[in-house]
Design a protein around this ligand. Structure first.
Ligand code: PLP
Ligand code: ZN
Length: 413
């Protein structure tokens, strides 16, 4: 890889050659991919990018850690829409805001960006089988992207994973292990199996290439905004790979001179599980926490990428905002009704946190903000109904319809 120098441990600084099956440092720290920005600047310009008709995450190949000969992965991952939302901005009391709807990826979450990268690197490594543990979306995205590339998968999920996500796994033909335990126990079991059978490892924060895939969300936001960065970028946080990846993408663009300022990150977690935000608020290192939120994708008590996430949030002078499950459900309703965007609970947590930050005056009135919706609401229909309620359920008689709506305060006209 001409554009990559090496991988470096974020904890001890030890360097490694960037081989396809890199995992953690011998000290246990997470590796970070280090690029040759002089080289990248010499081969990539904004004009060159603008002429490109590849509207997938592979549009940004010069900034991605793959060999030039590695083919694009088959599914259309990335280039999700960035909608400007003037009515939502007005409701929140900020100047401008945009929703990046990453639920529109092929398996309906931002995780497709990491899984497509995992598939590309597994092919470089010559692997035939990939494995991961996940609260749901890493799994379903891996299953889909691997199926499209003709690779086998073994997937470990905690048994609380919502049905929609498990259905995806089964349809994509994964070998699925539903573990009677929490995410931590699921993770440990997958690590044991991967070690034993030598499968390619798609576990976030073990595999340093995954956040490089996730960073493409930030590259797209920047390009979609014509390289004029917002003041804030709101993202929900579980393991921390997404927010760390987004920050990496922004810093890449800054390093090659494509953007001239960096937004502040808003790290969104649930009050039911917020080890990363607690560390930010207290200015300490993180400690494990209970996992107690309906936002299953960010219900991560032992975050695997805390080092990179904390560094990213602190470097950006970011905000750590926690929201209750009720605030998450309210944000799902708000996004659905104001923007026509349907997010799963973890998918709308960034917007819930933004709303809270606005209400509490943590954000200036003239601020501009991008909020990433990280997963589609159809993955978790039970919580959507919880957020939005049931339809009018009546005999086929018009008068009953009128009465029924009247009881809900709606005049049929
Ligand atoms: C995984 C996930 C997140 C959080 O990403 P991390 O890398 O675990 O911090 C947020 N939202 C959704 C929908 C996810 O699937
Ligand atoms: Zn190390």
């Amino acid at each position: 890889m001409r554009n990559v120098k090496y991988a470096r441990c974020v904890r001890c600084g030890k360097r490694y050659e960037a081989v396809p099956d890199l995992t953690n440092c011998s000290c246990g720290g997470i590796l970070d991919i280090v690029y040759d920005y002089d080289y990248i600047r010499s081969v990539l310009t904004k004009e060159k990018l603008a002429r490109r008709d590849n509207y997938t995450m592979w549009r940004y190949r010069e900034l991605l850690p793959v060999e030039e000969t590695t083919p694009d992965t088959p599914l259309r991952v990335g280039w999700s829409p960035l909608y400007e939302e003037p009515r939502l901005a007005e409701l929140l009391g900020i100047r401008r805001m945009w929703i990046k709807d990453d639920g529109q990826n092929p398996t309906a979450s931002l995780k497709d960006r990491a899984s497509a990268m995992a598939v590309a690197k597994a092919m470089e490594a010559g692997a035939k089988t990939i494995a991961c543990s996940s609260t749901g979306n890493a799994a379903s995205s891996l299953a889909g992207n691997a199926a499209a590339a003709g690779l086998k998968t073994y997937i470990f999920v905690p048994d609380r994973a919502p049905k929609g996500k498990v259905a995806q796994l089964m349809i994509f033909g994964a070998n699925v292990i539903s573990v009677k335990g929490n995410y931590e126990e699921t993770f440990r079991m997958s690590a044991e199996a991967i070690e034993k059978y030598g499968w390619y490892n798609r576990n976030a924060a073990i595999n340093p290439y995954l956040s490089e895939g996730k960073k493409t969300v930030a590259l797209e936001i920047a390009e979609q905004l014509h390289w004029k960065m917002p003041d804030y970028l709101a993202i929900s946080v579980g393991d921390g790979c997404t927010i760390a990846g987004a920050w990496k993408g922004l810093k890449d663009l800054y390093a090659i001179g494509f953007i001239d300022r960096l937004p502040r990150l808003i790290s969104a977690q649930s009050t039911g599980c917020y080890p990363i935000n607690r560390a930010i608020q207290q200015g300490t290192d993180w400690e494990p926490m209970e996992e107690n939120t309906i936002a299953d994708s960010i219900s991560v008590g032992v975050p695997r990428n805390a080092d990179k996430a904390l560094q990213a949030i602190r470097e950006s002078n970011g905000l750590a905002v926690c929201v209750t499950d009720e605030e998450i459900l309210a944000a799902a309703r708000l996004l659905g009704r104001t923007c026509g965007v349907f997010g799963e609970p973890a998918g709308v947590t960034g917007t819930a946190a933004l709303k809270k930050a606005c209400r509490e005056g943590l954000i200036e009135k003239d601020a501009t903000v991008v909020s990433v919706v990280t997963g589609n609401g159809l993955k978790d229909v039970a919580n959507a109904i919880q957020a939005a309620g049931e339809p009018l359920h009546i005999e086929p008689v018009l008068d009953l319809m009128v009465e029924g709506f009247a009881a809900r305060g709606v005049t049929v006209e």
